[in-house]
Every structure is written in C-alpha cells, then in structure tokens.
Design a protein. Structure first.
Length: 456
C-alpha cells in the first residue's frame, strides 16, 4: 500500500532502512509531510540538491518606543523659598542622564542647580522666567531635547525666622535696595542689647549686610540673611559712635547697594555710687535725731530712672522708714549701732546691681565732763593750768566747743579740742560756773554747766 508523503520544495530519501513490505515513497513537492515519524523510518528532509536544510532564524525583538521628555511647562517656584522638582522622561532605554544645552550649561534659574538624574533644587534668588533646552539621554546614547520654562514668582510678604518684624518686599527688582529707616536704641555694658533686625526693600533678595566701623565690643551683625544686630556690650565699649550700615542685593553680575548712617550709644555699666571701694560711705545718723539721705547710682539709662529696694524687705536701721523706690532713707533712729544691708537698684533698661552698705547710727550727743563723776581738776592761783579737756561723746564728730561766761583771765578754751590751757591769775581763788556748749558735724548741739575751782 503506497503512502504519499507531501512536502513543499523538499523530498525525502531513504537512508538505508527498509520500509515495511509493501510501502513505497511518492514524492510530491507541493505539501509538507504530516504525521511521519522520521526516527522510525530513518527519513530526512532533503533539498533537490540532496543537501540537509537548516531551520528559519527567530524574528528580532521590536524596537523601544521613542525617547521623550514628559515634564510639562511652566515649572513654578517662589523667590526665597526652597525649590525641588524632578524631571520625567519615557521611552528609550533607561536609566536616563539629564543635561542643559549650552557651553557651559547655564543654571535652571538663578539660585537653582540640576544634577545628572534630573533633580532641580536650590533656593531661587531672583524673580522672573527662564527658558532653556533640557536634554535627556538613554543608555544607548539616544537623546532628545525639550524647551522648559521655570518661572519664579515674588511673594507678597516675607517674614524672618527670628520672629522679628515682617518685611514687605516691594519695588523694582532692577532698582538698588533701600534700607528701611531705623533708630538704634542705646545699650548698656553687661546688659543684653535689644535684638534689632535690619530691613531693606527693592533690589533682588537675598541681601548681604555690612557695618563700619566695627560694632562695640560684644555686639555682632549677622551679615547674611536677616541682618540682625545682637549681643551684650562689654567693658571698654561705652560712648557714642556713628556707624554706616550697608546692604547689597543679589543682582547679577554685580550686586546693587545702598547705605544708611546711624549713631549708637553704649552707656556705662550700672553702679551704686555710695559705699566702698569707690564711693563715699552712707552718712552716719544719731539716735533721736531726724535722718535723711538719698542713694545715688550711675550708668545704664541715666539719673532719675532707677528703682531701689533692700534685700529681705528690711529697714535701713532701727527707727527708719522702709527704703523708698527712689532711694530715700529717712526717719529717726532709735538704737545706736552699725546696720549692714544689701541694697539693690534696677535701671530702666533692665540692668540690676546690688551692693552691701553699712549705716552707722551713733548714740545721742552728750558732754561727758560733769561736776561729780568726771569733774574738772582744780587749779591753783598764779600756776599753770592744763591742758585739761572738756569731753563729749555720741553725735557725729568732729565737735566744736564754746563757753559762757568766759573762763578766768589768762585761761583759754580750744574750740576744736575742748582743751583749756593757761596760767591762773593771782586772786582768782574760788569756784566759778561755766556753760559749755558742744556741736557735732551734723549741727546738733548740747549744753552743760560745769564748775571750775581755783585753790590758793
């Protein structure tokens, strides 16, 4: 029984294996043979030239889609506000590398940069629109360009991170910046200076600040960004000095600038004038005598702006009134002694200083000499007498003395020491009575009658 094997453009040949008895091969080059097991029958496909044929090669993969930049335009940002934007692409063979056409490549916008991965970042420092040609390249070196525009807008207001006043940014960006008028408050040595923020309008922020000559010792100017003056004035920085404050904007290629002149005064450190080591002691008082004095201070904001107090809410001394807020000590002392207190004064600008001061209260003024316990020694006629002193205590030395009626002839009284010296006259025998008066430095006075006896 013949089996027809159908092939197209090829035929089969018997490679030596016998077919089943009764089978023959009929070649038909029009159709491909179906359902024949070549291994069983030892068949092979052969061309007309009797050579072995090879299989068809596989089809190549399809090409990638075209490389395109998918980021749209415009790209927007805000002046002075941190900016970050990732460019996007599709097609081609990732990963991608980004660049900007130009030699050298320009920045995406003033204050911004772009890395090879296509990330645009930075802080815009000038308003306006910038259009550039951006290029993306894939791993097969295929590239495609696209024009993109970055627009930087100007905010209505900008505020300082320090909490200082809000500054309105206005004016023509092409005009030079203008420093907002200000007054520099006075400062005081060892007292924190009130923080001052310099302000400007116009030009192209951010600004750079300067000052000449250098600020007083202890004060500093933040030259970049907000332009803040702060610090604590130190010693050797007192007095008034005129300073020139300058501002420069971020204009390209050269910044525009302007200047403003102002005077800054630094007061001396606050001090209490009374008491050692540099000031006079508190004036002494006397028991039973009215007392009145006023404390004084210097430095800081000046006379008349101080507030006084005593630590522990004590009175200056027994019998005196509480210290007044303006530093007045007054009253009538009742007990003698030394009264040490911690006095505190505060200036208008907040400076505070304390000092330990002692108020001495003396006993009442008295003449110690008398006719019983401390009598004057007797003299002898025609003999030298003295020096013999009339003595006093209490009050506020030094003392001054006087006597009435006058002493016997040739006997004199020293008004400063109370001493009597001289030679008693002949015929002066007897006892006389004299009124001695003593006065202290506070103009307090007291009198006492004393006997003087002259023996033969």
């Amino acid at each position: 029984m013949p089996i027809e094997l159908f092939f197209q453009h090829h035929h089969l040949q018997n490679r030596g294996n016998a077919l089943v008895n009764g089978l023959t091969i009929t070649r038909n080059i029009l159709w491909v043979c179906l359902c024949i097991c070549a291994a069983t029958f030892g068949l092979s496909a052969c061309g007309d030239s009797n050579n072995v044929s090879t299989p068809e090669p596989p089809a190549p993969p399809p090409p990638p889609p075209p490389l395109v930049i998918t980021t749209g335009t415009p790209i927007t940002g805000t002046l002075g506000i941190a900016f970050s934007r990732q460019l996007r692409a599709g097609g081609g063979t990732p990963p991608y590398t980004w660049s900007i056409d130009g030699t050298p490549p320009p920045p995406p916008a003033p204050g911004l940069t772009m890395d090879p991965a296509g990330l645009i970042s930075g802080t815009p420092n000038a308003p306006g629109s910038t259009t550039l040609t951006y290029r993306v390249t894939d791993t097969t070196s295929n590239s495609t360009p696209k024009n993109l525009t970055i627009t930087i807008g100007v905010p209505d207001e900008a505020s300082s991170a320090s909490g200082a006043r809000v500054i309105a940014i206005t004016g023509d960006p092409q005009a030079p910046p203008t420093i907002t008028p200000l007054t520099l408050p006075n400062g005081t040595v060892n007292v924190a200076y009130p923080t001052i923020q310099l302000e400007a309008t116009g030009g192209i922020p951010p600004y750079t600040w300067s000052v000449a000559p250098a600020l007083p010792n202890g004060l500093f100017l933040n030259v970049l960004g907000p332009g803040i003056i702060s610090g604590t004035p130190l010693n050797a920085s007192t007095g008034s000095t005129t300073y020139t404050v300058g501002v420069m904007d971020s204009s390209v290629p050269a910044g525009q600038s302007s200047k403003l002149t102002r005077t800054l005064t630094i007061n001396a450190a606050l001090t209490i004038d009374a008491g050692s080591p540099t000031g006079p002691p508190l004036p002494a008082g006397t028991v039973g005598q009215p007392y009145h004095t006023r404390l004084s201070a210097s430095g800081a904001t000046g006379t008349g702006t101080y507030t006084w107090s005593i630590g522990g809410n004590l009175t200056p001394a027994s019998g005196l009134q509480p210290l007044s807020a303006i530093g007045v000590l007054s009253g009538t002392p009742t007990i003698p002694g030394s009264f040490t207190r911690t006095y505190r004064v505060q200036s208008e600008d907040g400076a505070v200083v304390t000092k330990s001061l002692t108020l001495n209260i003396n006993a009442m003024l008295s003449i110690d000499t008398d006719n019983i316990t401390v009598p004057l020694p007797p003299g002898h006629e025609a003999q030298p007498y003295g020096p013999v002193a009339v003595t006093a205590s209490g009050g506020i030395p030094p003392y001054s003395w006087s006597v009435t009626p006058p002493l016997p002839a040739s006997l004199a009284l020293n008004s400063l020491t109370g001493e009597m010296t001289g030679t008693l006259d002949a015929g002066s025998v007897g006892t006389t009575t004299h009124m001695f008066t003593v006065q202290d430095s506070a103009s307090q006075s007291i009198k006492k009658s004393v006997h003087l006896t002259v023996n033969p």
